[in-house]
Design a protein around this ligand. Structure first.
Ligand SMILES: Cc1ncc(COP(=O)(O)O)c(C=O)c1O
Length: 385
């Protein structure tokens, strides 16, 4: 019987990955491609992390670890919450996962009964709704406005809450917009969810990549929310596949069972490598990189505005610019295909992130060098000015 499950027909591809594959194909044909599509830092993993992982391999640390992760790493993450945010988190509430992706799967598996809905901002990170579908739930897309910096507000939660809704998931800073929720906004959102006895999941994967002020964690507001995070972005470890989930106490026993069955263990060398993430020398290097991201944002944003892209606010973090393309009178997918095929610029169409005005937006990821950004602007300028 060559038939897959019905859910697979409802799960959409992650277009950015397809765009990336096409960009690589063109590159293999000898074309010069400017990559502004991947949500992956162009900097490789800092040396102290690689060295710690290599030393662990040399010492024979090649076996499974506990399903929730190495206790030393859970402790190191707990200490990070203390030193960085001033919040106390028991290491027992921290689960290492295969990237933030694994943390989203874990929390979805924990919370969602068949038919349950989770409110998700549109535009937002596309895999969330596919993962909700995988566990027989439903991502309920809520159109969010530039005026609200594309974030979910209590009023929007109120307006879109349905009978089957059990919670909401937000990201701060967000993908694709780079917009952040401040402490007051997190408090108000939490109050609204609490009033409805709903869950709140906050994806904090872009923490560390914030350019004016530090992103507050929801854990400063409540110990009852779920936090998704990762070593992929700020720590520069995309390919190592390591992230984490912070869960309320009541959820720990359920998550233990799920983690044992889904993952058995996380990559052992990756976990030993990650122990070096919180050392001062590594953090100095990461903060230098963050400053470079800020410089790139500060260069690219005014240039794109000058060329006619509409970007109403300066995003506070992440490494994305979510740009309106109304001026060019073409759909976002057509725009991205033309730019890639004819002019060698890889972007991501807004349609990857939802449906609300998606066709009129594209995402620029400034995960490439300043010279590449300058070339991008030069190529766009020839086309559009
Ligand atoms: C908002 C958000 N959450 C989660 C992820 C998944 O990250 P990873 O599994 O590499 O940690 C990404 C990746 O781009 C993201 O942008």
């Amino acid at each position: 019987m060559r038939r897959w499950a019905a859910r697979i027909d409802e799960i959409e591809p992650f277009r950015v990955v397809e765009m990336l594959a096409r960009a690589r194909e063109l590159e293999a044909q000898g074309r010069n491609i400017l990559h502004l599509s991947a949500g992956e830092p162009d900097f490789s993993t800092p040396a102290p992390i690689c060295e710690a992982a290599t030393a662990a391999l040399a010492a024979g640390h090649t076996y499974y670890t506990p399903a929730a992760g190495l206790s030393a790493l859970r402790q190191a993450i707990a200490s990070w919450y203390h030193s960085h945010y001033g919040v106390e988190i028991a290491p027992s509430r921290i689960f290492l996962t295969p990237g933030a992706s694994g943390a989203i799967l874990l929390v979805a598996g924990l919370l969602i009964n068949p038919g349950d809905g989770i409110l998700l901002p549109d535009p937002g990170y596309p895999c969330n709704r596919q993962i909700m579908r995988l566990v027989e739930g439903e991502g309920q897309l809520v159109p969010v406005l530039a005026a609200d910096r594309y974030q979910l507000t209590p009023a929007a939660v109120n307006a879109h809450w349905r009978e089957n809704t059990v919670g909401a998931m937000v990201a701060s800073p967000a993908n694709p917009t780079g917009e952040m929720l401040d402490l007051n906004e997190l408090c108000r959102l939490w109050r609204e969810l609490q009033r409805r006895d709903g869950h709140l999941i906050v994806d904090e994967i872009y923490h560390g990549l914030e350019y004016e002020k530090q992103a507050p964690t929801i854990l400063s507001v409540t110990q009852d929310a779920f936090v998704v995070n990762s070593f992929s972005k700020y720590f520069g470890m995309t390919g190592w596949r390591l992230g984490w989930l912070v869960a309320p106490d009541w959820a720990v026993a359920g998550l233990e069972k799920l983690a044992q069955n889904l993952f058995i263990s996380l990559s052992t060398p990756a976990q030993y490598g990650a122990l070096a993430c919180f050392e001062p020398a590594t953090l100095d290097l990461l903060n230098e990189r963050r400053d470079q991201f800020r410089q790139r944002r500060d260069y690219l944003l005014p240039q794109l505005r000058r060329l006619g892209f509409s970007i109403p606010h300066t995003p506070a973090g992440g490494y994305y610019l979510y740009a309106g393309i109304e001026k060019f009178g073409i759909s976002s997918e057509q725009f991205c295909i033309q730019l890639l095929e004819r002019h060698g610029i890889a972007l991501t169409p807004g349609t990857d992130f939802g449906s609300h005005l998606a066709d009129r937006h594209v995402r620029f990821a400034y995960t490439t060098s300043m010279p590449a950004l300058e070339q991008t602007v030069a190529r766009l300028q020839k086309l559009y000015l």
